[in-house]
Design a protein around this ligand. Structure first.
Ligand code: ADP
Ligand code: MG
Length: 705
């Protein structure tokens, strides 16, 4: 009871939300601001000063000393530059706290240290940040004190997007316009806006901070680069969970509190597959806010872990052989009059609308599978996708048995006359029966699954922003809606036209539907027969960004220009090279300075003891010592050769000109050389005395949080 009261009290406490605005702003100003927020337009400069003033007073009353434009550059983490509210002291040496409309609306951070993929030469380093007033300002409390954070978009001086937010907002406009056209076709005249809703489920690992600090791979690369599997893996006992519960529980409690204060609707779950792995899912929100909130969630998970003597790992694959972490992007389209376009309707009319929307999504995903795959690629996710735990690298759609049956009937006879779950179904005459949520959600191996009233895109990596995948979904579906609306608006007989269109689209794009086991080898083969792309690595995925198909799509809907796409491809290649380079150098360091010396020490001790035993008792059987010595020495030699080779290829690849060519070289040469170094090291870990092994093992890290 007490807790519930507290939640209600603290929820949104640190957010400059509508309630606060209404309270603190003159009526006229509030109205104008609200309109700006609804239309997603730019803030009227004439009211900016008033809004800034109210925001400043509110923040200062709560102890804020600084403000920052908070933005998401293409580095993958949020960035900020802090300014204090303090003004130039007056003649008496007094300062006042200032914050103008200009400072609220626009910032000019030096952008030269953020990746731009060639969009902005360093001599033109100016970039600017602009307040996205659809995402409310918030106060962050931490060791720095209290900071007013203003969510902003980040662009080059010439207006090109250098961040995640700008294209997301653009894509939301695109889908809004096209989705409204679809609603109008079905007679809806009330709806004024359609907004994509997103609910991201965030997976993460927790490890003990002291143990974390002993592993350079975790510190530098965020994942282990060496490590033999513990005797016990996934098949986790309750015993282990019991042991970690106290510490993790108090951590989660604090995470929730922090998030609630920031207006993030967190609800936690403990039930993740791997030991030490957890999940946090908020209640879904408008895409743009959901993306910001997910960034806040990731920041909070990391920050709070430190206070509990732990480190939060957001990497997609912190431990080889142990389940990795993803971020399911639950996506739907909801109108301001409360209609979820992905909800099978209650009237025949809504039903056809649903089938049209579904057909458009199948078409969009089939046509742009490469873009969707690309949106989920990051360096860490290369370790996860297609590795028998996460969805394969092939995009397909799970619709469930019931819907697939309806689709099959529509494709073969042009009419669906019955439904598997009983009940008669005559499209256009009666309604689709309620889809059984349990029946639709059973398949966990599909990358893109229909789950009753939303699609769940399960490929996104745990450390990645949800913006890119949401941008793709919004834009590709906007295109399919546009093509449908263009035709249907001209149709003389709407009912026949829409019926024929659904049938045609479903028939043409049915190949993207797959309800079976996505982890199986058979599916890979089947997908190849169907002509579905199987894009295995991030480097293979990046070219999708700049195909003529992609440029045409994004330019048509004003989401990206050609040069913005080229810059993003460049940034991604660079990110890949940088990440792999750090991993390779970390391995070189650990192998050379830690593992090899430890193994040498162990072999010397073995040799010594072998000598001692022989001396003390010449008849003793020393085959165990001898074999161990032979085996460790053999692996040591193998490791040493692999180390030399990794050093060589890393140096060679670093010199390859051109971002794409360099990334391919790293993928083809450095990545295999890393695997070749790891293999003997992991075998050695199983042989060498645990006391001599230079860092905590998988078992120590995973089971002893
Ligand atoms: P599931 O069991 O299918 O994973 P959950 O109820 O656990 O579904 O929800 C997972 C996430 O999906 C949550 O963040 C939830 O808020 C979100 N979600 C639920 N409905 C929708 C919707 N219509 N659009 C977008 N996200 C949604
Ligand atoms: Mg889910």
């Amino acid at each position: 009871m007490n807790e519930v009261m507290n939640v209600a009290e603290i929820f949104g406490k640190n957010v400059f939300n509508e309630t606060v605005m209404k309270e603190r702003l003159p009526k006229g100003v509030f109205k104008k601001l609200k309109k700006t927020m609804e239309d997603g337009a730019e803030l009227d400069p004439s009211i900016a000063d008033v809004v800034a003033h109210a925001m400043k007073d509110w923040a200062i009353e709560r102890g804020a000393t600084h403000y920052t434009h908070w933005f998401q550059p293409l580095t993958g983490v949020t960035a900020e530059k802090h300014d204090s509210f303090i003004s130039v002291p007056d003649a008496e040496g007094r300062v006042i706290m200032e914050f103008s409309g200009k400072e609220l609306i626009k910032g000019e951070p030096d952008a030269s240290s953020f990746p731009s993929g060639g969009l902005r030469a360093t001599f033109e380093a100016r970039g600017y940040t602009a307040w996205d007033c659809t995402s409310p300002a918030f106060l962050r409390e931490d060791a720095l004190g209290v900071t007013l954070c203003i969510p902003t978009a980040f662009c080059s001086y010439t207006g090109e997007a250098l961040d995640q937010k700008t294209p997301l907002l653009r894509s939301m406009q695109a889908i809004d316009v096209q989705a409204l056209r679809i609603l109008r076709l079905f007679g809806n005249t009330r709806a004024k806006r359609v907004v994509p809703s997103v609910g991201p489920e965030q997976e993460y690992f927790l490890v003990d901070r002291e143990k974390y600090m002993q592993r350079k791979d975790l510190i530098y690369a965020g994942r282990t680069l060496f490590g033999a599997m513990p005797p016990k893996g996934q098949e986790l006992d309750d015993h282990y969970f019991g042991a970690i519960r106290e510490r993790v529980g108090s951590y989660m409690k604090e995470v929730n509190q922090e998030l609630w204060k920031l207006g993030v609707t967190a609800k936690t779950q403990h039930n993740e597959a791997a030991p030490a792995q957890h999940e946090l899912a908020p209640i879904y929100d408008e895409a743009n806010l959901a993306a910001d909130h997910n960034q806040i969630i990731m920041e909070t998970l990391k920050k709070v872990a430190g206070r509990h003597g732990m480190t939060c790992l957001l990497h997609e694959k912190p431990f080889a052989g142990v389940n990795g972490s993803g971020k399911h992007n639950n996506w739907s389209l909801i109108s301001d009059d409360g209609i979820n376009l992905l909800n099978p309707g209650e009237t025949p009319h809504e039903n056809i609308q649903f089938l049209l929307v579904l057909a458009c999504i199948l078409k969009a995903v089939d046509k742009h599978a490469d873009l969707l795959r690309e949106s989920a690629s990051d360096v860490g996710n290369d370790q996860r996708l297609g590795a028998n735990e996460a969805p394969p690298a092939i995009i397909s759609i799970f619709v469930g048995e019931q819907l697939e049956d309806v689709i099959n009937q529509l494709c073969s006879t042009g009419e669906a006359t019955h439904s598997i779950k009983g009940g008669k179904l005559m499209t256009g005459v009666t309604t689709l029966p309620d889809l059984d949520k349990d029946a639709t959600d059973r398949n966990r191996t599909s990358p893109f699954a229909f789950t009753g009233n939303k699609f769940e895109f399960r490929m996104v990596g745990s450390s990645d922003s949800i913006a890119p995948s949401t941008v793709v979904l919004n834009t590709i579906v906007a295109e399919a809606f546009k093509e449908a609306a263009d035709e249907l608006e001209k149709a003389e007989d709407f009912d026949t036209a829409v019926h024929d269109m659904i049938k045609q689209m479903l028939s043409e794009h049915k190949r993207i539907i797959f309800n079976g086991n996505g982890y199986s080898k058979a599916w890979e083969e089947e997908a190849e027969k169907r002509g579905l792309p199987n894009i295995r690595t991030m480097v293979d995925a990046i070219p999708a960004l700049t195909t003529e198909k992609a440029v045409k799509l994004y330019e048509e809907f004003g989401v990206f220009t050609r040069s913005e796409l080229q810059s993003r491809a460049e940034v991604e290649y660079e990110a890949y090279v940088k990440a792999i380079n750090i991993e390779a150098r970390t391995m070189i360091d650990m192998a050379g300075k830690q593992i090899i010396p430890a193994v040498i020490k162990y072999t010397s001790e073995l040799a010594e003891s072998l000598k001692d035993v022989r001396q003390a008792c010449p008849e003793a059987d020393v085959s165990a010592q001898t074999e161990l010595l032979m085996e460790t020495s053999r692996l040591l030699a193998q490791m040493r050769r692999a180390l030399t080779e990794l050093i060589r290829v890393t140096e060679a690849c670093a010199g390859v000109a051109g971002a794409g060519a360099c990334a391919r070289a790293y993928r083809d040469q450095v990545v295999p050389a890393m695997a070749a170094l790891r293999a003997p090291a992991d075998q050695l870990e199983m042989l060498v005395d645990k006391d001599l092994w230079p860092f905590p093992s998988y078992g120590d890290l995973i089971f002893e949080v």
